[in-house]
Design a protein around this ligand. Structure first.
Ligand SMILES: [Zn+2]
Length: 173
């Protein structure tokens, strides 16, 4: 079994897998690269990507269809949906995609189009990044939301209670 290790440069995430498709000297390719994305916007929310996202995995092929299976790891920074504080979170997710030179499709799979045996990883990464973002961004699973100064009774936090408090203070003089 022949195995080729390839490290892509962040500026060029296109890989030529001609040898792999033809079965010349190689039948698996280990791939690793960093995708340098500064930030993405999801539903109007800005998410910073703190370090270049790391992707590792391997490409195998049956001669016609190439399959990539791997894993992405990144650290995001964004605002908590509940308390608005800025927090960081580490995300890891799997990427499994298939590629073909033909405009080929079947009911079960979606394929990325290769051009002249070349895979462009940028659209793959962007698609998987969007698919794997959390539904909600929370600084912690038990985030209570915006913390008010009232700790004893939530009713004391109502605008009326605050108003009453103000009158009481002023009237006391
Ligand atoms: Zn929070």
């Amino acid at each position: 079994m022949y195995n080729e290790k390839v490290t892509l440069e962040a500026i060029n995430l296109i890989i030529n897998i001609s040898d792999l498709l033809k079965g010349i000297n190689v039948d698996t390719m280990d791939i690793s690269f960093y995708e340098d994305i500064d930030n993405i916007t999801i539903c109007g929310k800005n998410i910073k990507i703190l370090e270049p996202m790391k992707v590792t995995g391997k490409i195998t092929t049956d001669g016609k269809i190439a399959s990539f299976s791997g894993q992405a790891n990144l650290t995001i920074q964004t605002e908590c949906d509940r308390c608005v504080s800025v927090f960081e979170e580490n995300l890891t997710f799997d990427i499994n995609e298939k590629f073909t030179n033909d405009s080929y499709s079947d009911d079960e799979n979606e394929y990325y189009q290769m051009i002249d045996n070349k895979i462009d990883f940028t659209p793959v990464i962007m698609h998987n990044l969007h698919m794997n973002m959390p539904m909600k961004f929370l600084c912690s699973s038990d985030c209570k939301g915006i913390v008010t100064n009232c700790e004893t009774n939530i009713n004391e936090c109502s605008p009326f209670a605050k108003l009453k408090e103000t009158f009481k203070t002023q009237g006391g003089r």
